[in-house]
Write a protein that binds this ligand. Sequence first.
Ligand code: URA
Ligand code: SF4
Length: 213
Amino acid sequence: AYDASPFLPERPGRGNAGLRRLRDAAADCRGCPLHEDATQTVFGSGDARARVLLVGEQPGDQEDRRGEPFVGPAGRMLERALDEAGIDPAQSYVTNAVKHFKWAHEQGRGKRRIHKPPTLRETAACGPWLAAELALTEPEVLVVLGATAGKALFGSSFRVTKERGTCTEREVRGRSERVVPTIHPSAILRAENRDEVYAGFLSDLRVAARLLE
Ligand code: URA
Ligand code: SF4
């Protein structure tokens, strides 16, 4: 089976030094085939003392080129909403369920830089990195951005539409976490009624913000 575990350092250590060691090790991960076509590993970003951990789906085109999570259009949307919700970026750690960009392979057309959600096998393979990030940051709130992240963490029965904007205590990879699910910020970019969808996103993030007061 695909699995990142053999690539994780046995004892990464604590704090930002630990995160650095994880990030360095993840750069060489070959736990699933996604590393073959992607430009680089896109590890999480933020301080080990962050109070909120936000988990997205997987790096997009810009993230793949720059090696940092949420630096493209979805990232700008997220940044704006976090700011408006009063969640300090300095207290946020941002990462993805899957750490490599996914090229879409099309019959007869080669590989193209378009979005394709990761499979369950890929999210499962990459899970140990997210578990290690959670163990090191020990966030007060875990914000789940969208269905892919939710299914990666809680299984295929997870429904964003049902769970968004709620706060529940959940078991996440061996740890008990306070979890607030919401939509993925790229859903706002795709929506026709952007303002409305954005307002819903903001209201969900405010649920997380209140837990930090
Ligand atoms: N979408 C994601 O889920 N993650 C990123 O880092 C960028 C876009
Ligand atoms: Fe490793 Fe995750 Fe990249 Fe697959 S997607 S190679 S498991 S870092």
